[in-house]
Write a protein that binds this ligand. Structure first.
Ligand code: GLV
Ligand code: MN
Ligand code: MN
Length: 417
């Protein structure tokens, strides 16, 4: 197979990214995007993608959780396939490029390889994973978790959204039927898996590089905390007798920030991104607060050690303030390593294209964190402006996207050969 630079039609990709961005529940127009799993909007985005896959002559299969596979059949279709893809769900008030570049970029990579007359031995599949983002059920990567056997079908089915509806109910209402037990893929399904993604950090732009070749993905964990204090009248209950759940939560979030900053690992990050205050009235003392904790590190052991310190500190604050504290671990995943074969394939693509690259870790998590459990896996990063992501001003230039798709196309061509 020749390794000429593939002629990416980047206007087409940008146009499709923009059309996808218009399918959004964000009250603000694009580039602000909100697309939450199993909503009407998610379903419309899926229909849009299916149309593109069909136009490209790919065969589409949807599994019982909604993971979508669009296959370009190789000349030896019985061989394990090469997979590439990412997600199209988008957290509230986020941007156009997170995940979507990896799905539409994989589609474009197939289109340009086809157009160049490439005839791979192995089939190449675009995968759109269901719910990489944790927005609705608190846990990210549910599609790839189930696909890789990292969560049992029962545990997944029982998870609830904020309306109290189970994952299983919601996915069936969205039209995804069949047994969740059928989602797991055998270990020899994929010969290799590679995900194209925006970096979501500042390193590539700062070093004026085109491409990051990912060597490892940091270990994420998520917890839910509930504080139960005592409510009452904001005028009548005097300060010494209060057990204000929100003030306890405030002290707790600051303790989390302090412990994260004091960690021996500069890669340890901890975020409280959601706080629900009950009853949420100006003249009522908060009686209950629920909040989330997202904590990550490349060093999984250090992540666990700091999470344990946080639990201890929060328990001490709760004791001192006379409030009750409940905590629940949602997930605590180990880090993942990219396969040497994938790093080599991506680096040889970069060399052919004359692009500048570096090896790097991914601080964000991705479906590749779980695909690495069942296939040799790698990731290709492109820069994004200012390292900004999970915000409407997230941006990568057409040239950066084009370089990423070219690198992906050549990587896929080698892996499928
Ligand atoms: C993925 O969106 C992450 O939070 O890393
Ligand atoms: Mn994201
Ligand atoms: Mn993403």
């Amino acid at each position: 197979m020749s390794l000429d630079p593939p002629p990416v039609n980047v206007e087409r990709v940008v146009n499709e990214l923009e059309q996808l961005a218009a399918i959004s529940d964000c009250p603000e127009p694009p580039p602000a995007v909100t697309r939450v799993v199993f909503t009407e909007t998610d379903l419309r985005a899926r229909a849009f993608l299916r149309g593109l896959y069909e136009q490209a002559g790919l065969t589409v299969r949807v599994d019982p959780i909604g993971n979508t596979f669009a296959r370009w059949e190789g000349s030896e279709p019985v061989l394990p396939a090469v997979g590439s893809g990412s997600h199209t769900d988008a957290i509230p008030h986020s941007g156009i490029y997170d995940g979507t570049v990896g799905v539409l970029g994989a589609l474009e990579a197939i289109r340009v390889l086809k157009q160049a007359g490439c005839r791979p031995r192995r089939s190449i599949e675009v995968v759109m994973f269901t719910s990489e983002e944790p927005t609705r059920f608190g846990m990210g990567c549910t599609g790839s978790r189930l696909m890789s056997g990292a969560i049992t079908p029962d545990a997944l089915a029982d998870m609830r959204d904020s309306d109290g509806d189970t994952y299983d109910t919601v996915r069936q209402q969205a039209g995804f039927s069949g047994s969740l037990a059928d989602v797991a893929l055998p270990g020899d399904y994929y010969h290799a898996f590679v995900e194209l993604h925006i970096e979501q950090g500042p390193e590539l732009e700062a070093a004026s590089l085109d491409i990051g070749v990912v060597t490892a993905i940091a270990a994420p964990a998520a917890f839910e905390f509930a504080i139960i204090g005592e409510g009452g009248h904001a005028g009548a209950v005097l300060m010494p007798s209060r057990r204000d759940a929100l003030n306890a939560a405030a002290e707790m979030t600051l303790a989390i920030e302090r412990l994260a900053k004091e960690s021996r690992s500069p890669d340890l990050v901890a975020t409280v991104g959601r706080l629900d205050v009950h009853p949420g009235a100006v003249n009522s003392i908060p009686s209950r607060v629920a909040f989330s904790l997202d904590i990550r590190d490349i060093d999984g052991q250090n992540r666990d050690a700091v999470a344990a310190e946080i639990q201890e500190a929060l328990a001490a604050i709760a004791d001192r303030r006379g409030v009750q504290l409940e905590s629940r671990e949602l997930n605590a995943d180990p880090p993942a390593q990219a396969a040497d074969s994938l790093i080599a394939a991506a680096e040889s693509a970069v060399a052919v294209l004359g692009l500048k690259h570096q090896r790097m870790i991914s601080r964000a998590y991705h479906d590749s964190l779980f695909m690495a459990r069942i296939a040799p896996t790698g990731m290709i990063f492109i820069p994004c402006r200012g390292g900004v992501s999970h915000r409407p001003d997230e941006f990568s230039t057409p040239e950066q996207i084009s370089a990423g798709v070219q690198t992906l196309a050549l990587t896929l061509a080698q892996l499928a050969e």
